[in-house]
Design a protein around this ligand. Structure first.
Ligand SMILES: Cc1ncc(COP(=O)(O)O)c(C=O)c1O
Length: 340
């Protein structure tokens, strides 16, 4: 166990998998009874719809081990609802929320003994793909699909400290097509890759903050928040970006702490103006990143420090409050945990 834990901590995030997964197939208009199968057991026709027309969506959530030994899923219903919404927007068959939730519970229960201790966790990756062998269906939905739940034990994302990130502000290109932002689909990540690689190579940025036309949206895999005094500012929900579960959780905790939460449009010029204040903070929120401080914004070839350029107290406090609930060290006031 100790060795496995250590291995997980050392391995890159998401590169170790449990040997089995939960799986159901949609064929001839009906879902099969979910089964637990070997994680490397699926086969796909090379003409499968997903391989050509990207009929794919996925989710990312975590299970946490508490000191009493119990295993707890964090806000599973939100991720299940988002996968159903993504499936709908991609014209994939509609999964059933109760069935998918049970698949998640069943596979995590099977590997309860492998859930790492905090700060580690079991990362859960429900995935839905179009399987019909039909290369003529570029403009038609897949008739069959496969929905599976993979598990990957993950270590401390912050091993070695959470150094504040450098973000390049991309004001021309978008992360993905405007109507696809709220869909958690592979194609959106593929579309963001070139700008991210260029930003790494040209200005050693960690991530790109997509701000098409000056509208501050999100990075390739996390939502963005600005903290100015007692106010936390982030883009209001619309179809252009992913509605993060962590975003919603952090905003709820910020309200609980008496902070003012402003969900509204944020322009690049307002962001840079506010970021220049001495106490300003910025952070990225996401299941993997939790709440990661942002120290530097790079816009039009100029580097701008956010406040002191270091991790700020509000960011650390919010991250701690979230971790405390996830790890069972604070009361779960909002009923976010499902104990299995
Ligand atoms: C594009 C994008 N935005 C935001 C998020 C944050 O979402 P969540 O907090 O639900 O993990 C993610 C990560 O999952 C993401 O990939």
């Amino acid at each position: 166990m100790k060795d496995k834990q250590q291995e997980t901590t050392m391995a890159a995030f998401g590169s170790v998998f449990m040997p089995q997964m939960a799986l159901t197939r949609f064929e001839q208009g009906a879902w099969s009874t979910p089964q637990i199968v070997a994680a490397d057991s699926i086969s796909l026709h090379p003409g499968a719809h997903v391989l050509h027309y990207a009929s794919t969506c996925f989710e990312g959530l975590k299970a946490f081990k508490h000191s009493d030994g119990s295993i707890n899923l964090f806000r599973m219903e939100k991720n299940v609802a988002r996968l159903i919404q993504s499936s709908k927007l991609l014209s994939l068959p509609q999964p059933d929320a109760a069935t998918l939730s049970q698949m998640i519970i069943d596979i995590v229960s099977q590997y309860a003994g492998d859930v790492p201790e905090p700060p580690g966790s079991m990362y859960i990756r429900p995935t839905h793909i179009g399987t019909e062998a039909a290369i003529g269906k570029a403009a038609a939905p897949t008739a069959s699909s496969m929905l599976y739940v993979l598990l990957s034990p993950v270590g401390d994302y912050f091993a070695g400290g959470s150094k504040p990130l450098r973000l390049l502000l991309e004001q021309n290109g978008a992360r993905c097509a405007a109507h696809m932002g709220m869909v958690k689909s592979g194609g959106n990540y593929a579309s963001a890759l070139q700008p991210i690689l260029k930003a790494r190579a040209s200005v050693q940025a960690d991530q790109v903050l997509f701000c098409p036309g000056g509208d501050v949206q999100e990075t390739g895999a996390a939502n963005f928040m600005l903290i100015d005094g007692n106010e936390i500012i982030t883009k209001a929900l619309d179809s252009s970006f992913l509605h993060g579960v962590t975003r919603d959780s952090v905003l709820t905790l910020a309200r609980d702490m008496g902070m003012t939460v402003s969900e509204r449009e944020l322009s690049v010029s307002e962001l840079l103006e506010r970021a220049a204040k001495p106490g300003a903070e910025a952070a990225l929120s996401g299941t993997a990143a939790v709440l990661t401080p942002v120290g530097t914004l790079i816009a039009d070839g100029m580097e701008h420090k956010v406040g002191s350029g270091e991790a700020g107290p509000a960011t650390l406090k919010l991250r701690q409050a979230l971790n405390d609930i996830q790890w069972g060290r604070a009361e779960d006031k909002h009923g976010w945990l499902t104990r299995i």
